[in-house]
Design a protein around this ligand. Structure first.
Ligand SMILES: Nc1ncnc2c1ncn2[C@@H]1O[C@H](COP(=O)(O)OP(=O)(O)O)[C@@H](O)[C@H]1O
Ligand SMILES: [Mg+2]
Length: 343
């Protein structure tokens, strides 16, 4: 890139992963080469307001900051109540979860006629929805863990009936959440009710799955179809009986990422083939981290896809590319290039 590209880095957001987004954005900002990019920072507060700020930190001081609003079809934002105009070349959304990773910001970018790093609104929305994603993957011949779906207002599920279908050890999670928020195991009727109530706090649609007591294997995809790069496979070794929010982000957590994963070569190549297939099937663009389970039954399952994976210090996506020899700055630059190409 010869000319300086104007990047609008958006972070924060309304979702339960607000603070994860802030940490990711700190890393991404540090990795952006200021000789190549000029950067406007936009902070979305927890109530959903967009602010132009000059720093990325957890306790953002908004004194003196001003809100910005989009100019639809105008490739720009304006200062609310003022005249200043911002015309980024590309949006870099370092957002997770609701109204960030789920197609909402991507739809806004489309309405503004601005390129955005990562998936478009359709793929963003589908991939945020674990039920939809699993159905599409399964339809494409990719194995997924057996599951049932519970909608808010459905009758109380019968543990005995469910466990006859899915096994006695269940795992319950909201269809559209992330970072393990609202997820938990259930090994009897009482735990099932508690887990369902918790999951329904985050979504009207909840998945009840067989607990496969998995090894957790993750792979990174980078590119636009059909030119996809697929990384080595990494393994998450969670601190605890599953990879919970605390085992992901608590500073005392002993969770570890092992790259490359110590599994059979055949499992690695199968994961890489499935990853390419899933990325294409779901209409993804730019990047995604695709997560698999190797169950205690020895079978491989696709679990979920993250279209805007974490960029924290412990995050697997940038680590997998580093393992491939791509530095953090090179990775971010590549993502921006891919977004500009797919205009
Ligand atoms: N069917 C399952 N069996 C066992 N553990 C599961 C199952 N589904 C999810 N988990 C555990 O919960 C974690 C979070 O679930 P996941 O589907 O990855 O949702 P998200 O990361 O988007 O919150 C997984 O990393 C895994 O540790
Ligand atoms: Mg996950």
């Amino acid at each position: 890139m010869t000319k300086v590209t104007k990047v609008m880095l958006i972070f924060g957001g309304e979702s339960s992963e607000h603070s994860v987004s802030v940490i990711s954005a700190q890393n991404v900002l540090a990795a952006l080469d200021t000789n190549k990019f000029s950067i406007d920072l936009v902070y979305i507060d927890k109530s959903g307001k967009w602010w132009l700020t000059d720093s990325v930190s957890s306790g953002i001081n908004l004194d003196g900051s001003f809100q910005i609003v989009p100019v639809l079809g105008g490739r720009s934002f304006v200062e609310l109540g003022g005249n200043q105009l911002f015309e980024p070349d590309v949006i870099l959304p370092i957002l997770h979860g609701k109204n960030g990773e789920d197609g909402a910001v991507q739809a806004l970018a489309a309405l503004m006629h601005l390129p955005i790093v990562g998936c478009d609104m359709t793929a963003g929305a589908i991939c945020m929805d674990k039920v939809a994603t699993k159905r599409i993957a399964r339809d494409g011949g990719v194995p997924v863990v057996d599951f049932a779906v519970h909608h808010v207002g459905d009758p109380t599920p019968d543990y005995v009936g469910l466990s006859a279908k899915l096994g006695p050890n269940l795992f319950v999670k909201p269809s559209r959440s992330g970072s393990s928020v609202g997820a938990g195991r259930a090994d009897n009727a009482v735990e099932l009710m508690a887990a369902l109530n918790l999951a329904h706090q985050y979504d009207d649609v909840v998945l009840i799955e067989r607990n496969v007591r998995p090894r957790e294997l993750e792979v990174a995809v980078l590119g636009n179809v059909p030119d996809l790069q697929v990384s080595a496979v990494g393994e998450i070794k969670p601190d605890g009986d599953f990879y919970s929010y605390d085992s992901k982000y608590d500073s005392t957590s002993k969770s570890a990422a092992v790259i490359p994963a110590e599994v059979d070569h055949a499992v690695i190549t199968q994961i890489q083939d499935y990853a390419r297939q899933i990325f294409t099937l779901l209409g993804c663009r730019g990047l995604s981290r695709i997560d698999f389970f190797l169950g205690q039954d020895g079978k491989l399952y696709f679990n979920e896809i993250n279209t805007l994976p974490g960029f924290t210090n412990i995050s697997m996506y940038p680590k997998l590319w580093l393992h491939q020899g791509m530095t953090y700055p090179q990775l971010i630059e590549r993502l921006i290039e891919l977004a500009l190409k797919s205009k």
